[in-house]
Write a protein that binds this ligand. Structure first.
Ligand code: GLV
Ligand code: MG
Length: 326
């Protein structure tokens, strides 16, 4: 390990993160009763410009009145390039009470963006004498944000998670696609001809680089990497495939832009019983190996070593965290 110790963000379950437009208060109670680990009340892109002031009022009232149980509650503020953003922060903190856990900063581009929001939040918290510190979730969804993702991740002690905002990221990078997340048939490899002259097409994952890069920046700074939206809510298999790919790369959760996606995300980002059993067997085998003075052993015909302990511990810790939240 490096001599540098990575301070970890407060531990929170973040398997599913349900997006709820602030302009649709009729959805708030249902969201509160859902199985989502995190709910974010949106003041940004799901809310039309004329509805912004009313949406802000709705969100403030919901923070005060709705029983959110043990959920993590976040508010997505507007971008720093708009005139809505300062009032989002000021009004939500001054009038919303203590319940809010996180502020989600969209389209973050530089570490200075985070610094600016931190300054404003710090002043508001002090002014109202808030006891609980508000954390930050940041959406990496522009070319600038991706270029500066490492500095952004380390820009504030409030930082808790990085989110891949695939829709805006596609727009910002001028990617040739219009769906929200998921695969694109144009991003494919054509195999050479076989003896019969046949060629196969293998679809690739056009988001691989972006998500992998965000995961590294998040983990190197003790933050949770979270995969963003999947627009086609009538395609659970597509959602599952995307979530699994992100999970394999290290993401801890995924957005749900429709209530039906919450259960899918919770399932994808909870280790299965078989995985946990295997992890526990690895830990037992390594305890035995260490007693015998060996650093590596074979388990089920495969090599396991000290790195396997760390992999297995991650899985077991996640299973314990989920069990503890039930
Ligand atoms: C989320 O905000 C996205 O742009 O995908
Ligand atoms: Mg976006």
């Amino acid at each position: 390990m490096s001599f540098k110790i990575i301070e970890q963000a407060p531990a929170r379950l973040n398997r599913s993160e349900l997006a709820v437009p602030g302009s649709q208060p009729q959805l708030f109670e249902k969201a509160a009763k859902s199985a989502a680990d995190v709910v974010f009340l949106d003041l940004e892109d799901a809310v039309a410009p004329d509805d912004k002031p009313q949406a802000r009022k709705n969100v403030i009232q919901a923070l005060r009145d709705v029983d959110w149980g043990s959920k993590t509650i976040s508010v997505r503020i507007n971008g720093l390039d708009t005139h809505y953003m300062y009032r989002d922060v000021v009004d939500v903190i001054e009038q919303g009470g203590e319940r809010l856990d996180l502020i989600m900063i969209p389209k973050v581009g530089t570490a200075a963006d985070v610094y600016a929001v931190d300054m404003l939040v710090t002043q508001c918290e002090a002014a109202v004498g808030r006891k609980k510190r508000i954390g930050f979730e940041m959406i990496i969804e522009t070319a600038l944000g991706m270029q500066n993702v490492h500095e952004i991740a380390g820009a504030s002690k409030r930082n808790e998670s990085l989110h891949f905002g695939v829709a805006d990221y596609a727009a910002s990078t001028k990617a040739r696609t219009t769906n929200i997340g998921g695969a694109n048939p144009s991003y494919a490899i054509l195999t050479d001809k076989d003896d019969a002259g046949h060629r196969d097409t293998h679809w690739g994952d056009m988001w691989h680089y972006a998500i992998a890069r965000m995961v590294v920046a998040a983990r190197a700074n003790g933050l949770r990497p979270i995969d963003g939206p999947f627009g086609d809510f009538s395609d659970p298999d597509g959602y599952r495939a995307g979530g699994n790919r992100a999970g394999v790369l290290g993401c801890e959760g995924k957005w749900a832009i429709h209530p039906s996606q919450v259960a899918l995300a919770n399932e994808i980002f909870s280790p299965s019983e078989a995985e946990v059993t295997k992890a526990k067997r690895i830990l037992e085998a390594m305890v035995q190996a260490q007693k015998e003075g060996r650093g590596a052993v074979a388990l089920d015909g495969r090599l396991i070593d000290l790195a396997s302990i760390r992999q297995a511990e991650v899985l077991v810790a996640k299973a314990q965290q989920i069990a503890g939240a039930r």
